[in-house]
Design a protein around this ligand. Sequence first.
Ligand SMILES: [Zn+2]
Length: 155
Amino acid sequence: MSDSLSGSCGAGGCGPRGPLTPEQEQILFGHGTEYPGSSPLNHEKREGAYHCAACGSLLFRSATKYESGSGWPSFWAAEPNAVATHKDTSHGMVRTEAHCAQCEGHLGHVFPDGPPPTGQRYCMNGLALDFRPDPQRATSAGGATSMDHTSGWAS
Ligand SMILES: [Zn+2]
């Protein structure tokens, strides 16, 4: 198991992070929808990348995330070729369903009422996303900051 995060992620993604929970399975492969406002990612403001929770493919960057007020994490653009769509006519509506181009896991829907420059709103289930913050400030378990060599170990 490698513990590299963003650094070695290629176009194919970084690989899945771990087994999916039943809730995630239900959304990604059962076309489920989480409760609005239930995802902690609604309030996620850090810089970073949003990956597919199922396969690890890079789907969105934090730069395109915005507060839509819908109760679901929303983006106005996806990474190129990362998110595929198709017409969803269930529930008596015509909507655009969005799924991971790599593993076809269901992510959410795309609506044409987003902000500029795209005018699109990718309304995503937070459980279908795996947020990986950019490594900017050294937090705890990083290889960079070595041991705590305090000067207190004089005899
Ligand atoms: Zn995927």
